[in-house]
Design a binder for this molecule. Structure first.
Ligand code: FE2
Ligand code: FE2
Length: 287
């Protein structure tokens, strides 16, 4: 089984470039064209959140139109930019989505499974892995102990070293790690949210972050780094399940790395908000 993981599509309803220079809608179309052209064909596409920019019905309608070009079935998971209710309403035929609450689900294909866990908190940028999330994940993993499992989620459960993204990471990462550690058949925890390709040994398995199909985060681990963004190389991850486990590839699409800047007037307020969240992250106990 081959799965394409697309992430952080940030689709806009009016088609105007995000930040004035990121044509997110066209970039998703390019990624889908690339996935459609792969040989052998992918069996499924999993989208790990931030499907749209603001969570509006208009954006989800646009997303639906763009995803219709995909040849493989698409499975959707929300990120912090999404709205569960609007997402469900726009995709009533996606019957794997629960009718209420977090959008957790499992996809079974013979000896392989994708288990999707929703870490989003409505109207908050950070994620949460509390007791209820643990119970939901356990309930999906427990009956799949004989399968090779990829866990898909939006917020990476580990610190990335990019402080302002770690400020809006997942609260309850230790609980998440303990849950995954109990299930040795989890071959991968595949995340989004960071807009760049990252890999880490975590929870007794490999955790990875897929690039965005749109804008990327510049690699800047300095304490004074803030909101470095680039156009390209956008892309997606390709996860191939085989007899020897799971092998993953990052596929780039479009132009090479080109830096751009968010309007300077927006930066102080955004930075102050992130610093407040970093302080909250440091003092919040395990949920
Ligand atoms: Fe994102
Ligand atoms: Fe996100």
């Amino acid at each position: 089984m081959i799965i394409a993981q697309i992430s952080d599509l940030h689709i806009v309803g009016d088609g105007r470039p995000l930040f004035g220079c990121v044509p997110t809608n066209a970039m998703l179309s390019r990624a889908i064209d690339r996935i459609n052209a792969l040989t052998p064909a992918v069996d499924a596409i999993v989208a790990t959140g931030d499907l749209v920019e603001s969570g509006t019905p208009n954006e989800y309608a646009t997303l639906r139109t763009l995803l219709a070009a995909a040849r493989a079935p698409v499975f959707l998971l929300p990120g912090n930019h999404d709205d569960r209710t609007a997402l469900r309403a726009a995709f009533p035929d996606h019957d794997y989505l629960p009718a209420a609450g977090p959008l957790n689900y499992a996809i079974d294909r013979g000896p392989f499974a994708v288990v999707a866990i929703d870490t989003t908190v409505p109207r908050e940028p950070f994620g949460l892995f509390d007791r209820a999330t643990e119970t939901a994940l356990e309930a999906m993993l427990e009956p799949r102990q004989a399968k090779v499992v990829l866990v898909a989620t939006h917020h990476p459960p580990f610190a990335t070293g990019i402080w302002w993204m770690d400020a809006i990471g997942v609260r309850g990462g230790a609980r998440f790690a303990a849950t995954i550690t109990r299930h040795k058949n989890v071959e991968r925890v595949a995340c989004g949210h960071i807009h760049r390709s990252i890999t880490k040994r975590w929870g007794g398995t490999t955790a990875s972050v897929a690039p965005s199909t749109a804008h990327q985060l510049a690699l800047d681990l300095a304490d004074d780094a803030f909101l470095g963004l680039t156009l390209g190389p956008a892309g997606f991850d390709l996860h191939a399940f085989g007899d020897d486990g799971l092998t993953s590839h990052t596929v780039t699409v479009g132009k090479p790395e080109t830096f751009f800047h968010v309007a300077a007037t927006q930066l102080p307020a955004m930075r102050a908000a992130m610093e407040k969240l970093r302080a909250a992250m440091a003092t919040t106990s395990e949920p």
